[in-house]
Design a protein around this ligand. Structure first.
Ligand code: ZN
Length: 123
């Protein structure tokens, strides 16, 4: 609890960690500093890459920061999100193609047609 306490830079009153405005003087507070630790970066990057749209919340949050490291994290996670989306589409396309070709071979494809032709010619 003690470490989470923040103070208003304008009047020095204690404010809650997630407060946007000071409850004492009403002035806007700085956004709480976002963690730029390696563990946090790995978490953000893997979510961006493997669960594409979900990384975007962090992407914009970090990108808005003044801190250069945080902005770099935002940029990298944006790139990884794009790569993740392309990768997901790629895998889906491959999967659909696979299903299509196995469906075609399961149904007999062109052999089915010639059997149908033979059937029609017999009548
Ligand atoms: Zn204040």
């Amino acid at each position: 609890m003690e470490s989470e306490l923040r103070f208003c830079p304008h009047c020095g009153a204690g404010v809650t960690p997630d407060a946007i405005f000071c409850s004492h003087c009403g002035k806007p507070l700085e956004e709480p500093k976002l963690s730029t630790s390696i563990g946090k970066q790995i978490l953000i990057y893997s979510v961006s890459l493997f669960l594409p749209p979900f990384g975007l919340a962090w992407t914009f949050k970090y990108f808005r920061q003044q801190n250069k490291t945080a902005r770099t994290i935002g940029l990298v996670s944006l790139l990884l999100t794009i790569i993740g989306i392309i990768g997901t589409i790629w895998i889906m396309m491959g999967f659909i193609n696979n299903v299509n070709s196995s469906l075609n071979s399961a149904l007999g494809g062109s052999t089915n047609d010639s059997q149908l032709n033979q059937f029609l010619q017999n009548y």
